[in-house]
Every structure is written in C-alpha cells, then in structure tokens.
Design a protein around this ligand. Structure first.
Ligand SMILES: [Zn+2]
Length: 66
C-alpha cells in the first residue's frame, strides 16, 4: 500500500562517486588519479601532496595483489 516516490534526492549524482582527495596541510585538491606524487614502499603506496609534501593517502599494496 505504501507508495514509493519516483525520485530520491538522497542519491548523489554519478560524478560524486569520483574519489577526490584533499590535502589537510595546504588544501590542495585532486582526484585520486590526479597530480599526487606517488611513492611506493615495499608494503604501501603513499600519495604525497606536490604542493607541500604532506602524505595525503596511504594504502596497503597487498590489497591490490592480483
Ligand atoms: Zn599540501
């Protein structure tokens, strides 16, 4: 008996799914595939801000093992 609305404003537009990272130090903003300086260690991949050198993202390389 409940009628579902045909539109839902809570759904973000598709573009919102693109991952954008922010530098907490200088506010630089770029997509995860953008102009970050990628540093790979034996266990991690670091995304480093090209503006101030802060580590913006850190993820385990093991998660990407094919
Ligand atoms: Zn920065």
């Amino acid at each position: 008996m409940a009628t579902q609305p045909t539109h839902d404003d809570s759904l973000p537009p598709p573009e919102a799914h693109k991952t954008v990272l922010f530098c907490p130090e200088c506010g630089h903003r770029s997509p995860i595939t953008g102009d970050w300086d990628v540093t790979t260690t034996s266990t991690e991949r670091l995304l480093v801000c090209t503006g101030c050198g802060a580590v913006v993202d850190r993820r385990s390389e093991s998660l990407e093992t094919a």
